[in-house]
Write a protein that binds this ligand. Structure first.
Ligand SMILES: [Zn+2]
Ligand SMILES: [Zn+2]
Length: 213
């Protein structure tokens, strides 16, 4: 995994309320760090490591803030919808949740986790469901397929986090097994965004191989 650069989506600065924070790199900067810092894609901390250093720097107001364990705005929204603490969400459902604006008329608010998306959770007044996400390759609509026995009440999150974690992992593991590796960009892709004939993901296939994607 390469280190994150650029504005971190969902990280809203507690100082100014703007979503304009970039990763803050500590320690002796490499040449590449200086280049990225010049372009405003990262900020450089000092060479001395304090106890628990902030991981983000706001480009708007200069505040250095954030901890690795902090929720993103979407993750906090999910915790609020479920009426629990973020730590409870992580224990039962894991992290990396981002809001999915699925074209669903089921009254559910959807979130997905994993890259590519591996598991989805939909929240409504009754509780929440776990689902298998099928993303469209161009980042458009996501189809969400709730699986049997994946209907939970909010209470379950606090009292049976292990049961939920296992149900979520069954969905995620099954989804991961369907991923294909692109031989051009060498990243994992969901099957719906993969062109088998080209052995490549759709973006690579249409850009480089001339195969109709
Ligand atoms: Zn700020
Ligand atoms: Zn590719």
């Amino acid at each position: 995994m390469s280190e994150p650069v650029g504005v971190q989506v969902g990280r809203v600065c507690p100082g100014c309320g703007r979503e304009d924070s970039v990763p803050l790199r500590w320690g002796m900067p490499a040449v590449e760090d200086f280049r990225l810092a010049e372009r405003g894609l990262v900020a450089l901390g000092g060479c001395l490591l304090p106890g628990e250093e902030p991981i983000l720097a706001c480009r708007s107001c200069g505040l250095e803030w954030g901890r690795e364990r902090d929720p993103t705005a979407d993750e906090q929204a999910l915790a609020d919808l479920l009426g629990v603490q973020y730590a409870d969400v992580v224990r039962a459902l894991g992290r990396g949740w981002r809001r999915e604006n699925a074209a669903s008329d089921d009254g559910m608010q959807w979130f997905i986790s994993g890259e590519p998306a591996q598991v989805a959770v939909g929240v409504d007044d009754l509780g929440f469901v776990l689902a298998r996400p099928l993303t469209s390759w161009d980042g458009g609509r996501t189809d969400l397929l709730p699986t049997d026995g994946s209907q939970f009440r909010r209470d379950d999150l606090l009292w049976s986090p292990d049961v939920i974690a296992e149900a979520a992992e069954i969905i995620a593991a099954r989804r991961r097994r369907s991923f294909r590796w692109c031989r051009t960009c060498r990243r994992a892709h969901a099957p719906e965004s993969f062109v088998g004939a080209a052995g490549a993901c759709r973006p690579c296939a249409s850009a480089f191989t001339g195969v109709e994607a």
